[in-house]
Design a protein around this ligand. Structure first.
Ligand code: PGA
Length: 261
């Protein structure tokens, strides 16, 4: 695979002190690993750990460890942001704040925030606007539930999720990462077969063509990715990287994944 994006979604697996200790312990080896790799990594800890981890990263890599494409080889991202700029939104964190504390990316519309925080396609669009307005690259998650998958309605679900997003992307002409994450695949060790994946990515590409989008968004796969399945997933040519949950919290697994991608 050519240069790929590896997103580490740490969810709420670590407490604050554990997340910071993980990064302190592995930062040097991770930097060495990434500098000799074609790939780019984004670490997404929970909100509380973003600033300390971003500080450690910039301290050890003052000019940023920059790859050939000009991107930092290890960046920091958030797992969500507010759909609003500022105001009476108790508990929310704005895209502007995330930018100020060292984020370059933000995950939007993850199925767990769709389920637990009632995110919808509409809120995902508003959050993507916030990301664009504050120079964060949005990583927008899309995907169908098990019921929709077994009913053969995957593309209908994606139509509803993808169309407004691509229209926005066309308007802003900034970077967009789309992560196809079937809801039924997250944390279950069940991954769709490559034929299904080809159909999904082909659908997104056709959608881009229909909207006359020349610069294709970066397309990722997420859901039960670990070192065991990378080789199989790499056979899908449209996949340009992975969104990894649980396996990304295990440094040994993460190292294997980077080497196999
Ligand atoms: P998982 O999570 O790799 O633990 O299945 C992926 C995700 O939710 O982004």
């Amino acid at each position: 695979m050519a240069s790929s994006l590896i997103i580490c979604n740490w969810k709420m697996y670590f407490h604050h002190s554990q997340a910071v200790a993980w990064f302190k312990m592995h930062q040097e080896e991770l930097s060495t690993l990434m500098s000799s790799s074609l790939h780019h990594m984004v670490i997404c800890p929970s909100y509380d750990a973003i600033a300390p981890i971003a500080n450690i990263q910039s301290l050890h890599s003052p000019k940023g460890l920059v790859g050939k494409n000009g991107f930092n080889k290890i960046s920091i991202g958030a797992q969500d942001c507010s759909a609003y700029n500022e105001g009476p939104y108790t508990s929310q964190v704005s895209a502007q704040s995330l930018k100020e504390i060292g984020c370059s990316y933000v995950i939007i519309g993850h199925s767990e925030t769709r389920k637990n925080q009632k995110d919808t396609t509409e809120t995902s669009v508003l959050k993507t606007i916030q990301a664009y307005e504050h120079n964060l690259t949005p990583i927008v998650c899309i995907g169908e539930t098990r019921d929709k998958y077994t009913a053969g309605s995957t593309l209908n679900v994606l139509e509803e999720q993808v169309r407004p997003l691509l229209e926005l992307y066309k308007k802003y002409t900034k970077n967009l990462v789309i992560a196809y994450e079937p809801v039924w695949s997250i944390g279950t060790n069940q991954i769709p077969d490559n034929e299904h994946l080809e159909r999904v990515y082909d659908y997104i590409l056709r959608k881009c063509a229909r909207l006359e989008i020349q610069r294709i968004p970066l397309l990722l796969y997420g859901g039960s990715v670990d070192e065991e399945v990378i080789s199989r997933l790499k056979a899908v040519p449209e996949i340009q990287g992975f969104l990894i949950g649980k396996a990304s919290t295990d440094f040994q697994k993460l190292k294997k994944i980077v080497k196999l991608v």
